[in-house]
Design a protein around this ligand. Structure first.
Ligand SMILES: Cc1ncc(COP(=O)(O)O)c(C=O)c1O
Length: 433
């Protein structure tokens, strides 16, 4: 079966995903998968057959170039094949003792991102499962940092854009702190003056969008860094989706001020061509995070604290070296190829936006900002939009789902795959008119 599984893996990596695949209901899945756990086992062949014939076809093919909703993913063949090898290697990467080589290599990839941010050797961090956890861990470090510098208020608060990702609200709820939402401008961008007006003395951190999920907007990072400095606040950049664009020299200036932030996240599983699950969480001064996150226990006393232990930089202990598929792909292709691939996706988004403008019956509303485009069919009911989206998802032609923008239903495209074909997308969009 090992050979069979590797053969399937090879075919899948080289052949890609089937865009017609998608979720099935419990009613469909239960009769097939329901009896799979038995006292005697069903055997490797039968279990793997369930995986290939039922489990995989019942999942959404986010890695396919026609997947343009949410924030999809576009793992390179290098990263996918390496991920399979990484699984086989069985590396414990929670601390240096367990995973020295892997951790060192992961840190190379983190260093590349930190250097792009303009940070020096004091910077460092860790790969966590996703942007949600990355935001929570950064904000926990932020509160710990701030609580050493001032008296504790009745309630702590985070200042962020009203367009901040839902994970900020979720992190605030876990931390039992308030969120002060700042209205964004017409493009979805939070400007520093609005944040200054909304500031209150109990704020410990500002979260800036470095690529808002819904619009692609990048907040006024430079202005927010001024505010953070003036009020002695931690500035965190949520770049889970958009900060990948820092690798494109032409786009880099929109992140100006990033060198003054205290922490950032960017998900290689979104727009840096790595498989799930991988969020790079980096602190400008890693020692700040170690204060907040380091765990101690007698059974851990033998762990060598003089080395870099990833468990000190986020809310976790045991972890896989989830940053390594990203490291491998980056090492294989080089940083230039990464910058080029990001620039390519941005130009595909531009082509699609221009194409939409030329199609009578479609209204371009916003974008592209980074690689997000918002548009609407001029004459189509919301029900019809939902039906169209579902029909095209099912056929595998296009995953383009509605979202809300300024209270009304619109379509949103988010391109993270350099293999997305603008012409094919536009041909499909013409069926909306
Ligand atoms: C800006 C932003 N932050 C955070 C997240 C959450 O990331 P994850 O889904 O990896 O937890 C997302 C997800 O799309 C995002 O776009």
């Amino acid at each position: 079966m090992v050979t069979d599984i590797l053969t399937w893996t090879r075919t899948r990596i080289l052949g890609g995903q089937d865009p017609k695949h998608g979720a099935q209901s419990n009613a469909v899945l239960e009769p097939i998968l329901g009896g799979s756990i038995t006292p005697d086992g069903i055997g490797a062949e039968a279990a793997f057959g369930l995986f290939t014939d039922t489990i995989v076809p019942s999942t959404r093919p986010f890695g396919h170039p026609t997947s343009l909703s949410f924030v999809a993913s576009a793992p390179s063949q290098a990263s996918l094949s390496f991920d399979a090898a990484l699984g086989a290697a069985g590396i414990f990467a929670g601390n240096w003792d367990g995973g020295a080589g892997a951790i060192h290599a992961e840190n190379q990839a983190l260093d590349w991102l930190a250097e792009l941010a303009g940070w020096d050797a004091q910077a460092g961090g860790v790969f966590v499962a996703g942007g949600t956890l990355g935001n929570l861990c950064a904000l926990h470090a932020a509160r710990d940092w701030k609580s050493r510098r001032c008296a504790r208020p009745d309630r702590w608060a985070i200042l962020c854009s009203a367009e901040a990702h839902s994970s900020i609200e979720a992190a605030a709820s876990v931390m039992d702190v308030d969120v002060i939402p700042v209205a964004a401008d017409a493009t979805g961008r939070m400007n520093a003056q609005a944040a200054r007006d909304a500031w209150q003395p109990n704020v410990f951190a500002i979260v800036a969008n470095a690529g808002a999920t819904n619009s692609g907007a990048v907040d006024d990072i430079q202005g927010l860094a001024d505010l953070a400095e003036a009020r002695d606040l931690w500035l965190h950049l949520d770049g889970a989706y958009g900060l990948a664009a820092i690798a494109d020299p032409e786009t880099r200036p929109i992140f100006d001020g990033i060198d003054r932030a205290h922490s950032l996240i960017v998900d290689p599983h979104k727009w840096l061509f790595a498989p799930y699950d991988s969020c790079a969480l980096i602190y400008r001064n890693a020692a700040d995070a170690a204060n907040a996150h380091g765990q101690s226990a007698v059974y851990l006393d033998t762990v060598d604290k003089t080395h870099w232990n990833p468990s000190d930089y986020a809310l976790h202990l045991t972890r896989r070296a989830r940053g390594l598929p990203f490291w491998y792909s980056l090492a294989t292709h080089g940083t230039q190829a990464y910058g080029d691939a990001i620039a390519t996706t941005i130009s595909i988004a531009r082509d699609i936006a221009q194409g939409i403008e030329r199609i009578e019956g479609l209204d371009l509303l916003l974008g592209p900002q980074l690689s997000v485009v918002l548009f609407r069919p001029s004459h189509m009911s919301e029900d019809a939009m939902v039906r169209w989206a579902e029909e095209h998802r099912r056929s595998g032609a296009l995953l383009c789902l509605p979202t809300k923008w300024r209270g009304e239903m619109v379509f949103r495209l988010c391109i993270v795959n350099p293999e997305t074909d603008a012409k094919t997308v536009l041909e499909t969009l013409k069926t909306l008119t």
